[in-house]
Design a protein around this ligand. Structure first.
Ligand code: ATP
Ligand code: MG
Length: 307
């Protein structure tokens, strides 16, 4: 088994803006993620966090560079990678259970199996239902399985969305601000919940959040993506695209008690990330980035990137 399940190599992503100009969003992203790692990604609004997840998911391909998962270049989504968004994952016209079964059904009936074989179809549906119920039980929603999403609270809806992704048993679970719409109490409960799930399966998780405290509390490693830095080309923050400006190990073993949030070290880490990644007036030079994580790629001056 290879050491790194994900390798992002010198990935650049550019989009055409409204004036028709190509704009660099991600600039030279190098990221290696170990199997079973819980990686969190933070960064200013619009820095390209969701873009990075889409590249790993395979819903888009980079302008240059590449993304490898299990040593295979990613060109399109595949069932070894699942994603949970802040919202819109659930269909209102389906029950919670039907929503969780959806991925299994789509994969079976649309791709491989024609719908017109009713007996086989019925047998399969029973199997999917049983599998969905295992995950609904796990996320504490089994007794709500016949309800529709609008009948659930925000936290319950997100647990259903997590079950929907987990039922496919992806090796990599991508989470894009999954708790962004929840109130603080529900959000903290969901952080603990996700950590518990991760301890059961040890999937590889990449968790994107705006919330610095959440990012430090929940991850084993934190990556800060930011457009606020300076490089030797004199690129401006509007043109040069985001880079990983910090890549560090979070120094408390998982699972960690919630009271680490109140320690001096926690606050210092938060302050350093805020300054190095989120402050538009603090433009750290590329050679000063804190890329101290053992798997981080580091800038080797004129030699380019090394790891
Ligand atoms: N398909 C696209 N076409 C053009 N521009 C895009 C496209 N997708 C993203 N962008 C732009 O790329 C930049 C990065 O977007 P992205 O959504 O990845 O940022 P983000 O860090 O996830 O932001 P947020 O914190 O608001 O979620 C934004 O300026 C966005 O407008
Ligand atoms: Mg986003």
């Amino acid at each position: 088994m290879q050491n790194y399940i994900i390798r992002v190599e010198e990935a650049v992503q550019k989009y055409r803006d409204r004036d028709g100009q190509m704009r660099t969003v991600l600039n030279n992203i190098n990221l290696r993620v170990r199997r079973g790692e819980f990686l969190t990604v933070v960064g200013p609004t619009g820095c390209g966090k969701s873009t990075l997840l889409r590249l790993i998911l395979g819903s888009e391909v980079p302008f240059s560079g590449k993304v490898m998962v299990n040593d295979v270049e990613v060109k399109e989504p595949s069932r070894d990678r699942g994603i949970v968004f802040q919202k819109y994952s659930l269909y209102e016209n389906r029950t919670v259970r039907e929503n969780v079964m959806l991925g299994l059904e789509l994969e079976q009936f649309t791709i491989f199996e024609p719908y017109f074989r009713p007996i086989k179809c019925r047998r399969k549906r029973k199997e999917f239902r049983e599998k969905a119920d295992i995950y609904l039980e796990r996320v504490g929603l089994l007794r709500h399985a016949d309800k529709h999403p609008h009948q659930l609270s925000g936290g319950m809806r997100q647990r259903a969305a997590i079950a929907q992704a987990m039922v496919m048993q992806p090796e990599v679970l991508l989470m894009d601000e999954p708790f962004g719409a929840l109130d603080i109490g529900t959000r903290e409960a969901m952080q603990v919940f996700v950590l518990e799930q991760w301890q059961k399966d040890h999937q590889t998780i990449i968790f994107v959040t705006h919330d610095l405290e959440e990012a430090i509390f929940i991850g084993s490693r934190i990556v800060v993506l930011s457009q606020y830095y300076s490089d030797d080309d004199g690129g401006s923050t509007t043109t040069h695209g985001s880079m990983i400006v910090k890549d560090v190990q979070v120094p408390w073993p998982l699972p960690r008690p919630t009271d680490v949030k109140h320690t001096k070290e926690f606050n210092e880490l938060m302050m350093s990330i805020r300054r190095e990644g989120l402050d538009p007036d603090y433009l750290q030079n590329i050679k000063d980035f804190d890329l101290s994580h053992e798997d981080a790629a580091w800038w080797n001056g004129g030699m380019g990137w090394a790891n």
